[in-house]
Design a protein around this ligand. Structure first.
Ligand code: RFL
Ligand code: PHB
Length: 404
C-alpha cells in the first residue's frame, strides 16, 4: 500500500477539478487530482463553447487566461430564429455592457492541464477504483489503484469533481440525498467541422422540424447541433444528412451561407435537468456535473460548474488562511441558489425552443404544451423587457459572496 498525503484531494480532471486545483495552488493550498481516464481522452470530449464573465474572471485569477484572452471571441449578442424569422438578443446593450466569450471547453481544459503540468502539480491519470472514505471524520481519505498498485490518499477535504457518472455523489448516503430530475424526450446531435461558421454570432433556431443551434469555435471551425429523437443513433446520420437537415432549420440567410465539410466529431447527447441536494456531506463537496446537469440550451453547464468552483475556492481560502472551519456549511446553500437559477433558465429556454409536438407528455397533449411555449417565446421576444430577461440570465447571474 502506498500512502500519499495532501490538503485537498480532487476527484476528476475535467474543467471543474483542474480549475479548482489551479486556484488553490495559487493560494499555496496543496492538491492531488485523481482521474479515471487519460488526459487525451478528457480532451476528446467536445462540449461547451460559451463562457460567462464570471468564468472568464476565474480563469484569469487562476493565471491561465493568456490563450483564452488572445483566441477567445467576445460575443456581444446572439440570434433567436423562429421558423427563419430572427430576433437579435443584444447582450451588451440589454445588460449594461455584459458579454460572453466563445472559447471551447477543450481549449480551456488543455490550458489548465498544461499549467498544472508546468507547475509540477500531481495528477494521477488512469486511476481506477477511486473510492472516498471517512468523509464525516476529520481525516478523510481516498483509496485507488494506479498502475497495478494500491494507494491511499489522506487529505483534509475532498472535492468531488467527477461528473455525472462519478463516485462522489454516491458517497452521500441515499437517505440523506434528494435528487431532482427531468429527462427530456429528445437529444442533441452535435457536429464539429473545419468550415467557416454561418454567422459571427450564435443562432438558436426554433423550427417546426426541430431545434438547431449554429455555434462556432473560431473563424474557421463550426459547431452545429440538431434536435433528434432519443431513438436516433449517430450511425444513422451521415454528414450529408446532417447538413441537409441543418440547412432546412437555419434562417434563409444563414442557410445560404452554410459551408459543409467532413465532420471532425459527431455525437448525440441526451438532455437532462438534474440536481442533487445537498452538495456537501462532511468533508466531501460535490462540484459541477457531479451535482447538477442542465440541458445545453442555455450554455449553463460549465458555467455552473465554475460558480461552484468559485464558492469552494473562497471557502478553502478561509479555512486555510483564517482557520475557520465553520464556513464549510455555507457551500451547499450558496452553490444551490445559483444552480437552481441556471436550472430554471435552461429548462425554460429548452421548453420554448424545442419542438415538443407528437411527444408523450404526461399531463397535457403535446400540441397544447407547444402552443403555450410558442406564445411564451413570442411574448419574451417582442419587448425589450422580455429580451432583457433572456439576456441577463444568458450572461450569467452574479456570484454570491460568503455570508461573513
Ligand atoms: P466533467 O467534464 O464530466 O469531468 C468529470 C471528470 O471526472 C472523471 N471521473 C472520474 N475520475 C476518477 N474516478 C472516477 N470514478 C471518475 N468518474 C468520472 C471523468 O473522466 C471526467 O474527466 O465534469 P465537470 O468538470 O464538472 O465539467 C462540467 C462540464 O463538462 C459540463 O457542464 C459542460 O460540458 C456542459 N455543456 C455546456 N456548458 C456550458 O457552460 N456552456 C456550453 O455551451 C455547454 N455546451 C455542454 C455543452 C455539454 C454537452 N454534452 C455533451 C453533455 C454541449 C454539450 C453537447
Ligand atoms: C457549443 O458551442 O457547443 C454550445 C454553445 C451554446 C450552447 C450549447 C453549446 O447553448
Amino acid at each position: 500500500m502506498n500512502i500519499l498525503k495532501t490538503q485537498v484531494a480532487i476527484i476528476g480532471a475535467g474543467p471543474s477539478g483542474l480549475l479548482l486545483g489551479q486556484l488553490l495552488a495559487k493560494q499555496g493550498i496543496e492538491t492531488v487530482i485523481l482521474e479515471r481516464v487519460t488526459g487525451d481522452y478528457v480532451l476528446g470530449r467536445i462540449r461547451a463553447g460559451i463562457l460567462e464573465q464570471g468564468f472568464v474572471d476565474l480563469v484569469r485569477e487562476a493565471g491561465v487566461a493568456e490563450r483564452m484572452d488572445r483566441e477567445g471571441e467576445v460575443h456581444e449578442g446572439f440570434e433567436i430564429a423562429v421558423n427563419g424569422q430572427t430576433t437579435h438578443i443584444d447582450l451588451k446593450g440589454l445588460t449594461g455592457g455584459k458579454v460572453v466569450v466563445c472559447y471551447g471547453q477543450v481549449e480551456i481544459t488543455k490550458d489548465l492541464m498544461d499549467a498544472r503540468a508546468a507547475a509540477g502539480l500531481t495528477t494521477y491519470y488512469e486511476a481506477t477504483k477511486v473510492q472516498p472514505h471517512h468523509v464525516k471524520s476529520e481525516q478523510p481519505s481516498i483509496s485507488f489503484e494506479y498502475q497495478g498498485e494500491q494507494y491511499e490518499l489522506q487529505c483534509d477535504y475532498i472535492a468531488g469533481c467527477d461528473g455525472f457518472h462519478g463516485v462522489s455523489r454516491q458517497t452521500i448516503p441515499a437517505e440523506l440525498r434528494t435528487e431532482y430530475e427531468r429527462v427530456y424526450p429528445f437529444g442533441w446531435l452535435g457536429l464539429l467541422s473545419d468550415t467557416p461558421p454561418v454567422s459571427e454570432e450564435l443562432i438558436y433556431c426554433k423550427h417546426d422540424r426541430g431545434f438547431a443551434l449554429a455555434s462556432r469555435r473560431s473563424a474557421t471551425r463550426s459547431r452545429y447541433y440538431l434536435q433528434v429523437p432519443l431513438t436516433d443513433k449517430v450511425e444513422d446520420w451521415t454528414d450529408a444528412a446532417f447538413w441537409e437537415e441543418l440547412k432546412q432549420r437555419l434562417p434563409p440567410q444563414a442557410a445560404a451561407a452554410l459551408v459543409t465539410g467532413t465532420s471532425l466529431e459527431k455525437s448525440i447527447a441526451p438532455l437532462r435537468s438534474f440536481v442533487c441536494e445537498p452538495m456537501q456531506y462532511g468533508r466531501l463537496f460535490l462540484v459541477g456535473d457531479a451535482a447538477h446537469i442542465v440541458p445545453p440550451t442555455g450554455a449553463k453547464g460549465l458555467n455552473s460548474a465554475a460558480s461552484d468552483v468559485a464558492t469552494l475556492y473562497k471557502i478553502m481560502q478561509r479555512v486555510y488562511q483564517q482557520g475557520d472551519q465553520e464556513c464549510i456549511s455555507q457551500y451547499s446553500p450558496i452553490a444551490l441558489r445559483r444552480v437552481w437559477h441556471a436550472e430554471r433558465f435552461s429548462w425554460w429556454l429548452s421548453n420554448m425552443l424545442h419542438n415538443y409536438r407528437d411527444m408523450d407528455l404526461s399531463d397535457m397533449k403535446s400540441g397544447t404544451f407547444s402552443r403555450f411555449m410558442d406564445s411564451e417565446l413570442d411574448y419574451y421576444l417582442s419587448s425589450d423587457l422580455g429580451r432583457r430577461v433572456i439576456a441577463e440570465q444568458y450572461v450569467g447571474l452574479p456570484y454570491e459572496e460568503l455570508a461573513y
